[in-house]
Ligand binder design. Structure first.
Ligand code: URA
Length: 203
């Protein structure tokens, strides 16, 4: 039985602040090589009253970069949906975002976001967390964890801190591996990731 629930509807102030941030992200052109890619930040990311925020790397070419919905439309998204369902949650109960809001491409293929792009986009992440005020932030993969490390001035690593509840000033940080096929095939199989997801503090 899942134990997570939403605290009613988001307040008008919360909605207003998020809309403002959404607009700002949509018109942001700070990263020269991402300027043509839409920022994936909208009500499709999930609930503004979510207790859990999932933070991943960046929209993928076939996933969020195409659908506008984080982790939807590609194989990483398929795996993420399996994992979310495994712990009895739906997209409408959580909020999903990325360290970098636009899809980084090189020669038409996905590439890792650069340190500069992560830094430039970190203001959007901080503002998003400030608006939602989640109880738990689950980072998915190294880039997501590094982006939070930079903001928090911490040095957590996936190797040492995977599936640990780490109390931070305003929330509990819970580092997990990324659900991409590259990771589930070579580093952290889906069966293990299901066990990791079960440890997320939901209440
Ligand atoms: N889709 C996302 O939204 N983020 C990722 O990190 C990968 C796929």
């Amino acid at each position: 039985m899942k134990q997570v629930s939403l605290d009613g509807n988001p307040t008008p102030d919360k909605i207003k602040s998020f809309r403002r941030l959404e607009k700002k992200a949509a018109s942001c052109r700070l990263c020269p090589s991402l300027a043509d890619q839409p920022a994936v930040l909208s009500s499709a990311n999930g609930s503004l009253n979510a207790r859990i925020v999932f933070l991943a790397e960046a929209p993928g070419r076939f996933g969020a970069g195409r659908t506008g919905v984080p982790f939807q439309g590609d194989r990483s998204g398929d795996n993420f949906e399996i994992l979310l369902k495994h712990i009895g949650l739906t997209r409408s109960e959580v909020f999903i975002t990325n360290a970098v809001l636009c899809n980084p491409l090189e020669n038409g293929n996905n590439r890792k976001p650069t340190a500069g792009e992560i830094k430039t986009c970190s203001g959007f992440l901080q503002n998003t967390l400030g608006i939602i005020q989640p109880r738990v932030v689950v980072t998915l993969g190294t880039v997501a964890l590094q982006s939070l490390n930079k903001i928090l001035g911490t040095r957590f690593s996936l190797k040492q801190n995977v599936a640990q509840s780490i109390p931070i000033q305003d929330f509990t940080l819970f580092p997990l591996y990324h659900p991409s096929p590259r990771v589930t095939n070579w580093k952290r199989p889906l069966v293990q990731q299901k066990k990791d997801f079960k440890k997320i503090p939901l209440s």
